[in-house]
Design a protein around this ligand. Structure first.
Ligand SMILES: CC(C)(COP(=O)(O)OP(=O)(O)OC[C@H]1O[C@@H](n2cnc3c(N)ncnc32)[C@H](O)[C@@H]1OP(=O)(O)O)[C@@H](O)C(=O)NCCC(=O)NCCS
Length: 176
């Protein structure tokens, strides 16, 4: 079994666990306090989108995984990863990976450990492939994904229009 917790360099223990419908406020707390740089690495989101995710949890093949730490006054959610799984015959062998780590905890190995954890989950469930789309300018994320085994499969220029400008997108895949 892949470890469900690990320690940061300052001794803080980080846990991975499945998201439940009772986590709505914690997940909103994670997204709503992201810094502007992190927000701009993600498609736009708002409270109603996060509420929709929370209300659809029962429909997910793979429950999203939350990253938690105990900061002394209780559990704080500092990251989230998802595997979007479309069950149609043409696509059910693969899932689409998404990840966010709160700014307060970036650059400390959480994203790498969480990405590897989700690869383990997908492999254990018998999927053949993971895919993801990442903004081409998001060098940190591309670095983490490549370190975890993803390879670039294509570049889509001016693929999205968000926040008043176009974004190039790198499509990445990992054969399981
Ligand atoms: C991308 C993200 C998940 C990575 O998580 P993290 O916890 O910061 O990642 P880690 O600390 O495990 O690793 C960061 C790595 O990126 C490297 N890095 C940092 N900035 C970089 C940059 N601009 N270009 C290339 N590499 C960079 C670090 O050196 C480190 O590499 P190393 O482990 O080889 O030393 C996190 O930064 C995040 O959530 N960002 C905002 C949301 C996002 O981008 N999501 C992905 C959308 S597809």
């Amino acid at each position: 079994m892949y470890p469900q917790s690990f320690s940061l360099d300052d001794g803080t223990t980080v846990h991975f666990r499945e998201e439940t419908s009772g986590d709505l406020e914690s997940v909103w707390g994670l997204y709503s306090t992201l810094g502007s740089e992190s927000r701009h690495t993600l498609p736009p989101f708002n409270r109603s989108l996060i509420e929709r995710w929370s209300s659809c949890l029962n429909e997910y093949t793979f429950k999203p995984v939350l990253v938690s730490v105990d900061e002394g006054d209780g559990e704080r959610i500092i990251g989230r990863a998802s595997l979007y799984h479309d069950l149609s015959p043409a696509t059910k062998h693969r899932a689409e990976f998404g990840i966010v780590v709160h700014d307060d905890y970036q650059g400390r190995g959480v994203g790498t450990n969480l990405t590897l954890f989700m690869v383990h989950v997908a492999r254990a469930k018998g999927l053949r492939k993971l895919t993801l789309d990442v903004f081409a300018e998001n060098g940190r994320a591309v670095h983490v994904f490549e370190a975890c085994g993803y390879a670039k499969e294509g570049l889509f220029q001016e693929h999205y229009w968000f926040r008043g400008r176009f974004y190039d997108v790198v499509r990445m895949g990992l054969a399981l």
